[in-house]
Design a protein around this ligand. Structure first.
Ligand code: GH3
Ligand code: MG
Ligand code: MG
Ligand code: MG
Length: 313
């Protein structure tokens, strides 16, 4: 199986959308009144599979910006109703907050206006006539930066698992998918056993290493469409779409066996670590995120109470 980070793995089967918000089709908003240029850009960008929205006026551009939150904006300076700089002043705050790059494309490229636009926060300032090849590599580069940023805000640094924020998003998305399509999923909560003891005996750095090894072990055993998150501390969650709880149990128990078999060495001692898990499956009458987590948590608690290193449904 692929050992790469789940984020870097291949595309997913249709309908599962595991990394919603990251690998979606990028929308580019073009605000420019040059109809010929706009038509040419649309064709070139659509060929690269971008989704293109067009505004031939500032007013229309602002409307689309607020309604559809594009991923990148191409802005002309000379527009029929307002100047591009005025548009910029109105949208730059929100664009910066949402990391939407703004690229000015203009015949107007005096040093003063460029300096002013850059000082407001535009990403690039390109002269007309636009060189399409340069432009295409430039926006690809901008999207790559954006993807790295998006990844960095949803991935836990220590373990490479998705963080709590992404856990919440995933839970919401899977629950709403279930309501819409009836597609079931299971979620497992996993908590390392006596982890405080590991830290107390071998130190925090060794504890961190155990968390990393655990995360690797999980990633190695799951499918591309599964989502593995750090719920907090030494507690993790695994979403398994299209999986009932009986199948999820087998997955988690296999990870449990594999992880328990690993040995760690510290202070010239060998030791093993185990984890306990609780699983729940989404069901008709029970589809509120909080209730699902509560159920999985109760099952986890039962695993702890019954002696740890086990999984409860
Ligand atoms: P139980 O089997 O009942 O779960 O016992 P436990 O010791 O695992 O549970 P407890 O909640 O008492 O302790 C969890 C410990 O995990 C305490 C905390 O310091 C440690 N921990 C949480 N996050 C990290 C981390 O990022 N790195 C390290 N090294 N330790 C962490
Ligand atoms: Mg113009
Ligand atoms: Mg624990
Ligand atoms: Mg815990």
């Amino acid at each position: 199986q692929d050992e790469a980070h789940p984020m870097l793995q291949g595309s997913s089967p249709p309908g599962t959308e595991p990394f919603h918000g990251i690998h979606h089709q990028h929308e580019i908003l073009i605000i420019d009144d040059d109809v010929e240029l706009v038509a040419f850009l649309r064709e070139s960008l659509e060929k690269q599979s971008y989704y293109v929205s067009i505004a031939l006026s500032a007013e229309r551009g602002l409307k689309i910006f607020y309604e559809s939150k594009p991923d990148l904006i191409l802005l002309d300076i000379l527009l029929p109703d307002q100047s591009g700089i005025d548009v910029l002043r109105q949208i730059i705050g929100k664009a910066k907050k949402e990391r939407i790059p703004i690229i000015i494309v203009s015949g107007e490229h005096s040093k003063d206006i460029q300096m002013y636009a850059y000082s407001l926060g535009v990403m690039d300032y390109l002269p007309k006539p636009l060189d399409i090849d340069l432009f295409l590599v430039l926006i690809k580069n901008r999207f790559e930066l954006k993807r790295e940023w998006q990844e960095s805000v949803i991935v836990d640094e220590l373990t490479g698992a998705f963080n709590r924020k992404y856990f919440n998003q995933t839970m919401k998305r899977l629950v709403s998918d279930f309501r819409r399509t009836g597609r079931i999923f299971s979620v497992a909560l996993m908590d390392l056993d006596h982890f405080k003891h590991v830290n107390d005996t071998y130190g925090h750095l060794v504890g961190d290493e155990v968390l990393q090894t655990f995360s690797e072990a999980v990633r190695r055993s799951i499918r591309v469409e599964d989502t593995f998150c750090r719920f907090g501390g030494e507690e993790f969650a695994l979403f398994m779409p299209n999986t009932d709880s009986a199948s999820a149990l087998l997955v988690v128990q296999r990870i449990q066996r594999e992880f328990a078999a690993r040995s760690f060495t510290a202070k010239k001692e060998q030791f093993h670590v185990t984890f306990s898990a609780g699983i729940t499956e989404v069901r008709e009458a029970l589809h509120e995120p909080d209730r699902l987590i509560g159920e999985a948590d109760q099952a986890l608690y039962a695993s702890k109470a019954e002696g740890r290193n086990r999984t409860t449904l």
